[in-house]
Design a protein around this ligand. Structure first.
Ligand code: HMG
Ligand code: MG
Length: 317
C-alpha cells in the first residue's frame, strides 16, 4: 500500500456580500475558556506554547488565563506562572478577574487588560460567582474602579444572554439592563455570551437590536458563541449582518464553563476564519497556522479537535 496522501484543502472562493463589515477582530479565548474546562491538568509550559503559537498566527488578542479562586477553577491555578513564562509581552494579554483579590494578582504582574464576567441571570451569578444578581455588581464596582484608576482596560462579559439552564429563556431587556450597568461602570466593551449555545440567528439580531435601541452602538459589543447546538457559525453570520466586528472564538473549538455543564465548546476559531475568508472579510490571522496549532494542542490533550475545519485540515486524529 502506498502512503496516505494528506487531503487537499480547497480554499473557499472569496465572495463578499455587501454590506457586511470589511474587517473583524477575533478575540481568542482558547487558553482561558478552552483550558478552564479540561479535566486533565495541562502543564504551564504547554499553555505558554499554545499562547505563543496563537499570537504567531496573527491573532490580535489572546485571553491568557483567569485570576479566579484556584479552588473554583484549579485548571487555571497557575496563572502567575503562565504569565511569567510568557515574559514581558504578557502584560498586554487580557485575563479574567472577578474581584479585588483577582485584580491585585493581575496588577502585581503588570497586566494592562482585564475582563470581568457578569451573569444576566440570578441563578448563574450564584453558581459561577457565589453572588446573587445584585451582589455581583457589589463585587465588580470596586474592582472596576480600581482597575480604571490604574489605567487598566476593562472588558465585561455577560453570560447567559440567550438562555439559562436553570431559568430558561432570558428576556432581552434583562440582558440589556445588566450590560448597560457594566458599560456605566466603565467597561470598554461588552461580550455577549451564549454560554450554553442555545441561541439562534433571529435571537442574535433581536439582542443586538435591543442594545442599539437602548443607545449602545455595535462597536461596543462583541459576540461570544458556544456551539452546543451547532448554531455558533450561523449566529456569527447574523451578528455580521447586524454590524458586529468583534468575535470571541477558541482555537480548535475547545471550551465550556465548569459551572454550566450544558456549555460545550466555543465557536472554533478555524470555523469562523473559514467563513470570514469566504466572505472576503479581513482578520489578519493565518488560518493554516491556527489549525496547525489546534492539531498540536489536540495531541497534547490526547483527543481530536471538535472543529470541522481542523478535521478538514487533517487534524481528525
Ligand atoms: P467565594 O468563595 O465567594 O470567594 O467565591 P471569597 O471571596 O469568599 O473567598 C474564598 C476564598 O477564595 C478565599 O481563600 C479567598 O482568598 C480566595 P481562603 O481564605 O478560603 O483561603 N479567593 C481568591 N483566590 C485567588 N484569586 C481570586 C480569589 N478570590 C477569592 N480572585 C469567586 C467568589 C468569584 C472568587 C469564585 O466564585 C470564583 O472564583 N469564580 C470563578 C468561576 C469561573 O472562573 N468560571 C468560569 C469563567 S466564566 C465563563 O466561562 C463564561 C464566559 O466564557 C462567557 C460565556 O461563555 O458566557 C466568560
Ligand atoms: Mg465562554
Amino acid at each position: 500500500m502506498t502512503g496516505m496522501r494528506a487531503p487537499m484543502v480547497v480554499p473557499a472562493h472569496p465572495t463578499p456580500i455587501a454590506p457586511l463589515p470589511r474587517a473583524v477582530t477575533i478575540y481568542e479565548v482558547g487558553p482561558r475558556d478552552g483550558l478552564q474546562n479540561e479535566s486533565a491538568q495541562v502543564p504551564t509550559e504547554v499553555k505558554a506554547e499554545f499562547v505563543r503559537r496563537l499570537l504567531d498566527a496573527g491573532l490580535p488578542v489572546v485571553e491568557a488565563t483567569s485570576f479566579v479562586s484556584p479552588k473554583w477553577v484549579p485548571q487555571l491555578a497557575d496563572a502567575e506562572q503562565l504569565l511569567r513564562a510568557l515574559g514581558p509581552t504578557a502584560v498586554q494579554l487580557p485575563v479574567l478577574v472577578p474581584n479585588e483579590r483577582g485584580l491585585d494578582r493581575a496588577l502585581e504582574l503588570g497586566c494592562r487588560r482585564i475582563a470581568i464576567f457578569a451573569s444576566a441571570t440570578d441563578t448563574f451569578a450564584r453558581k459561577n460567582l457565589n453572588r446573587d444578581l445584585e451582589g455581583q455588581f457589589a463585587m465588580f464596582e470596586p474592582t472596576m474602579a480600581r482597575a480604571l484608576d490604574a489605567g487598566v482596560d476593562v472588558r465585561a462579559y455577560v453570560s447567559m444572554c440567550f438562555g439559562d439552564p436553570w431559568e430558561g429563556a432570558v428576556p432581552l431587556e434583562q440582558v440589556v439592563a445588566v450590560g448597560h450597568r457594566l458599560l456605566d461602570l466603565g467597561a470598554s466593551q461588552l461580550s455577549l455570551g451564549d454560554t450554553i449555545g442555545v441561541g439562534t440567528p433571529g435571537h442574535v439580531t433581536a439582542l443586538v437590536g435591543a442594545f442599539e435601541a437602548a443607545g449602545v452602538a455595535t462597536d461596543r459589543l462583541a459576540m461570544h458563541f458556544h456551539d452546543t447546538y451547532g448554531q455558533a457559525l450561523a449566529n456569527a453570520y447574523a451578528a455580521l449582518q447586524s454590524g458586529i466586528t468583534t468575535y470571541d472564538a477558541s482555537a480548535g473549538g475547545l471550551g465550556g464553563c465548569p459551572y454550566a455543564h450544558s456549555a460545550t465548546g466555543n465557536l472554533a476559531t478555524e470555523d469562523l476564519l473559514w467563513m470570514l475568508q469566504g466572505l472576503g472579510i479581513e482578520t489578519g490571522v493565518d488560518l493554516e497556522q491556527v489549525a496547525a496549532t489546534s492539531v498540536w494542542m489536540a495531541k497534547q490533550l490526547g483527543r481530536p479537535s471538535p472543529s470541522a475545519v481542523v478535521r478538514a485540515f487533517g487534524g481528525g486524529s
